[in-house]
Design a protein around this ligand. Structure first.
Ligand code: AHR
Length: 307
């Protein structure tokens, strides 16, 4: 063996230990905080040494972190790409260094799929469709136009692109649904509030808010209340994630429907990491199982939610 085998960086798994470099998007939302906790706790439980960095929603920071993990010769790199495009160069560097890469939560648009071993995460297009289907059902007997405003996630991110596309695909089939405004709120509460304030000023007649995550929806609730309207009644609200604060607002009647997106990816990520380090085959895509919540379902589910 590997004398001294201290399990430090670049041990190459020679003494059985694995070092993972993980580049996180940031700390923009309750979802992200829960995801970080899941990754950190699962690494510990799996005996994997974790090098963790927070990119503060900036791609350049993620590229720097990945390069530093390559330099440190970690055994496996996992990351949640803030945006979809622009990864080929750094992923080729990892491949040349023979360090396997796992995508978690968000996808890249690289044509060369040999640049990563697997992609673990939700089907964001399906999440958008679920949001749209609920809306279509709610307004199935309505004759008047339904004015929708949309708070998009981080521009260029997979969840923003896909949640928009899936929703559009469903509501676009009926011209009574009109998306009258759509702008990014960067997945944060503060931005969600700010952009919703602007939406309310420009559009006197908003029926529905579709927010790509709970946090932006929660910020928007403050804006709606500030404008003297009742969230959940005057303006119907659909969000994605089902983090604790979102579920509370749903149970309280301020949100009308939440499409779940699970942040608890840690255990599956560690299992996949162990396999790719041993050069075992893994599925190219691992999709997270998810559900949806109405207000009644939220009341029942809240006490046992893990995040
Ligand atoms: O990539 C997942 C998304 O990122 C979550 O839905 C959102 O809350 C987070 O910021």
């Amino acid at each position: 063996g590997c004398g001294g085998g201290g399990g430090g960086s670049g041990s190459g798994g020679g003494d059985g230990s694995i070092t993972m470099g993980f580049s996180q998007v940031g700390a923009e939302s309750g979802w992200r905080t829960a995801n970080t906790k899941s990754v950190q706790e699962s690494a510990k439980a799996a005996g994997i040494t974790l090098k963790f960095s927070d990119a503060q929603q900036k791609q350049e920071n993620q590229i720097k972190a990945i390069r530093s993990y390559i330099q440190q010769k970690v055994d496996v790199i996992a990351f949640s790409p803030v945006v979809e495009s622009g990864w080929d160069t750094v992923l080729k560097e990892a491949k040349n260094a023979k360090i396997p890469v796992i995508l978690t939560d968000r996808a890249v648009d690289s044509k060369d799929t040999s640049l990563y071993k697997t992609f673990l995460g939700s089907d964001f297009v399906e999440e958008g469709r679920k949001a749209g289907k609920w809306l279509v059902e709610q307004y199935k007997d309505a004759k008047d136009p339904v004015n929708i405003v949309e708070l998009q996630g981080t521009t260029g991110s997979a969840p923003a692109n896909d949640r928009k596309a899936g929703f559009q695909e469903v509501v676009g089939a009926d011209p009574k649904f009109r998306i009258v405004a759509s702008q990014t709120g960067d997945f944060t509460r503060a931005k969600g509030k700010e952009v919703m304030e602007a939406f309310l000023k420009a559009n006197p007649d908003i029926d529905v808010l579709y927010a790509h995550n709970d946090d932006m929806g929660l910020g928007a609730i403050e804006a709606i209340e500030g404008a003297g309207k009742v969230p959940g009644k005057d303006i119907k609200i659909i969000t994605v994630d089902a983090v604790h604060d979102g579920m509370q607002a749903l149970a309280d009647g301020k949100i009308n429907y939440i499409v779940e997106c699970s942040p608890l990816l840690g255990p599956q990520l560690m299992d996949l990491a162990k396999k790719v380090v041993k050069n075992e085959s893994v599925p190219a895509r691992v999709v997270t199982e998810e559900t949806t919540f109405t207000q009644e379902q939220a009341k029942t589910a809240l006490p046992s939610r893990k995040y």
